[in-house]
Design a protein around this ligand. Structure first.
Ligand code: AGP
Length: 613
């Protein structure tokens, strides 16, 4: 949610800032802006130049004056929280004199109070944002003398809330000051040049050597290096690490959209999630990062999974896997609800937080609530070293690779695979037989090829998507294992195509939603070939009797009198079937969105990482 990029070095900053912002645009895309320090001339001192606009980074690039030169600068792409998307509310924000510029991710909770005090002292506010108070606060402290970093530290001491910030001062153009509290900031180390950003994706084209700031830390970044320190001015030493992923992981790689690329990356993502974790000899899984031994795991009586949106639905699939394989009661709950209902935390419950980004504020707050009450939390997280990963007591990294498109696909699939590993591990510690363990191991190993097989049906799914895309809405139904698949399928469709979609357990149809069924509201039905096959077919008969159109996703052809169309997916082990049944629904949503001309990777009103409440 919002992206920050900063550059200092010998080159012209604005092309680098624009390129970085383009890569960060998936995090927020309602407005964008840059500020550079234009060097002093014979007749004028160095001065700040700011260009910002409502709209996309491409709009900013078009609006940028031809001679917008400076070798130190900061940039931002925004997802509005305080104030509508507008030129005025776009970052960077500046003080009265236009000497200090600030870009900010996060929320200043006491912004109203600070604003009133600053306004009383003469600050002129030109936006509705919480961020602008930071620019005025820093300027007020700079007026008292001292260095920029001292002024930033003093300003941040007055602030309640979360932030990742980058600050520029026209009078000290030899540095950028950055700070982190709850919103990531990473430094990129170049050859006599330095970068900073909210996300490594903005840096990988220039450097693979990075330094992640911790919460409560600041850094002074100069062209020839950096210094990290705490809010109390204590110097801290941070060692650089190397970014694992290739630059190409952050490109569309020849696909029309990141989403399509990420859907097609799933076989590889699953292979990486499984890599080194399957133990054929004991028919179990090795999960080194759990930090729980077998004895501690045996004491767990319940599992509570916490996540938001698709992470929550992946958690629902995870809960079913844990109940089925380990026979431990397990339940998934939206982290956004859990954190506000004063939850009862039990010593023998294992809490599992799920997050692709590792930054989702509601999930992070839920983890903190569990820990505050003495509970134990594992993380199932994609982004290594992210806030949620760091807050958890242990966990499983997905290794799915960077996910750029706002809609989660490969991270969703890898999350469910990670849960299958956890459930297998738990199960084999409890009563899952070696034979059943071997069955699951073999099923997991077969998944990448089976996913490839489903992806091979893309052309057929594209045609079906075009046929169904103009519906007034769509119903998704599934029973027991199929129900979370239906929920995730409906989520994907509405999120990127804006077609209204509802998900129901097939068993609940006649308790209400059957009233909606008509030729205008088609149904996507999950029909696995399992013990509930006959029940599912009965539900299809009920829909067809009401003239509803049916698209079945099944393990074998459903007869024409029960389904207008049928997509046949490969059969896995029953417990793993949901993983494969979900893949065609991703492609269906993608092609429906394309057919409707939607902005697939950046759907309206959404952003990739929801770092605000
Ligand atoms: C997924 O398609 C959505 N964009 C959204 O529901 C997402 O899964 C949710 O916001 C949680 O994100 P996280 O996995 O990064 O925590």
């Amino acid at each position: 949610m919002c992206g920050i990029v900063a550059y200092i070095g010998p080159k012209d900053a604005s092309p680098i800032l624009l390129e970085g912002l383009q890569r960060l645009e998936y995090r927020g895309y309602d407005s964008a802006g840059v500020a550079v320090v234009a060097p002093a001339t014979k007749s004028a001192p160095a001065r700040l130049r700011v260009c910002k606009t409502k709209g996309r980074v491409a709009d900013l690039a078009a609006a940028l004056p031809a001679r917008f030169k400076g070798s130190v600068g900061i940039g931002h792409t925004r997802w509005a929280t305080h104030g509508v998307p507008s030129d005025a509310n776009a970052h960077p924000h500046t003080d009265n004199e236009g000497r200090i510029a600030v870009v900010h991710n996060g929320i200043i909770e006491n912004a109203d109070e600070l604003r009133a005090k600053l306004a009383a002292d003469g600050a002129l506010f030109r936006s509705e944002t919480d961020t602008e108070v930071l620019a005025h606060l820093v300027a007020a402290h700079r007026a008292e003398g001292g260095e920029l970093e001292d002024a930033v530290r003093a300003a941040l001491k007055l602030v309640v809330g979360t932030y990742g910030i980058a600050v520029l001062d026209a009078e000290q153009p030899d540095r950028i000051v950055v700070a982190r509290n709850g919103s990531p900031i990473v430094l990129g180390i170049g050859e006599k040049e330095m970068f900073a950003a909210s996300d490594v994706s903005a840096l990988v084209r220039y450097t693979r050597q990075v330094v992640h700031l911790e919460d409560g830390e600041l850094a002074t970044v100069r062209a020839d290096g950096f210094r990290t320190f705490t809010e109390d001015a204590r110097t801290v030493t941070r060692q650089p690490s190397t970014v694992d992923w290739e630059v190409g992981s952050y490109d569309t790689g020849g696909y029309a959209h990141y989403l399509l690329k990420e859907i097609h990356e799933q076989p590889g993502a699953v292979e990486r999630t499984l890599s080194g974790r399957l133990d054929e000899r004991f028919a179990t899984a090795h999960l080194g990062g759990l930090n729980l031994d077998a004895r501690e795991l045996r004491e767990i009586r319940r599992v509570k999974i916490l996540g938001c949106g698709s992470a929550y639905y992946a958690g629902e699939m995870g809960a079913q896997l844990i109940e089925e394989l380990a026979r431990i009661p397990a339940h998934s709950e939206p982290a956004s609800e859990f954190r506000y209902r004063n939850p009862v935390i039990e010593a023998d419950t294992l809490y599992v937080a799920v997050s692709q980004s590792g930054e989702t504020y509601d999930t992070l707050a839920a983890v903190q609530e569990v820990k505050r009450k003495g509970g134990r939390v594992l993380g199932v997280v994609n982004t290594v070293g992210s806030a949620i990963a760091r807050e958890c007591d242990g966990g499983i990294y997905l290794h799915a690779g960077p996910e750029i498109s706002v809609a989660s696909t490969k991270a969703f699939t890898s999350t469910v695979v990670a849960f299958a590993l956890l459930a297998l591990h738990f199960g084999r510690i409890h009563d899952l037989s070696p034979a059943d363990g071997r069955r699951i191991v073999a099923g997991l190993k077969a998944l990448p090829d089976q996913i490839r097989e489903v992806l091979g049906q893309q052309a057929e799914i594209e045609k079906l998507a075009a046929a169904y895309a103009d519906s007034q809405g769509m119903m998704f139904i599934g029973r027991v294992r199929g129900y979370p698949v239906a929920r995730e399928g409906a989520q994907k469709l509405k999120e990127i195509s804006y077609v209204h979609a509802e998900a129901y357990p097939a068993s609940e149809l006649k308790h209400g939603p059957l009233a909606l069924i008509s030729p205008e509201l088609p149904t996507v039905a999950l029909v696995p070939n399992d013990e509930l096959l006959d029940k599912n077919l009965t539900a299809l008969g009920e829909i067809k009797a009401r003239e509803g159109r049916v698209l079945a996703v099944a393990h074998r052809q459903v007869e024409a009198k029960l389904a207008d169309h049928c997509l046949v997916v490969p059969k896995s082990e029953p417990e793993l079937d949901p993983l494969l049944l979900n893949i065609p629904l991703q492609l269906l949503a993608y092609h429906a969105a394309v057919a409707l001309g939607r902005d697939v990777d950046k759907p309206r009103n959404l952003a990739k990482s929801v770092t605000v409440e």
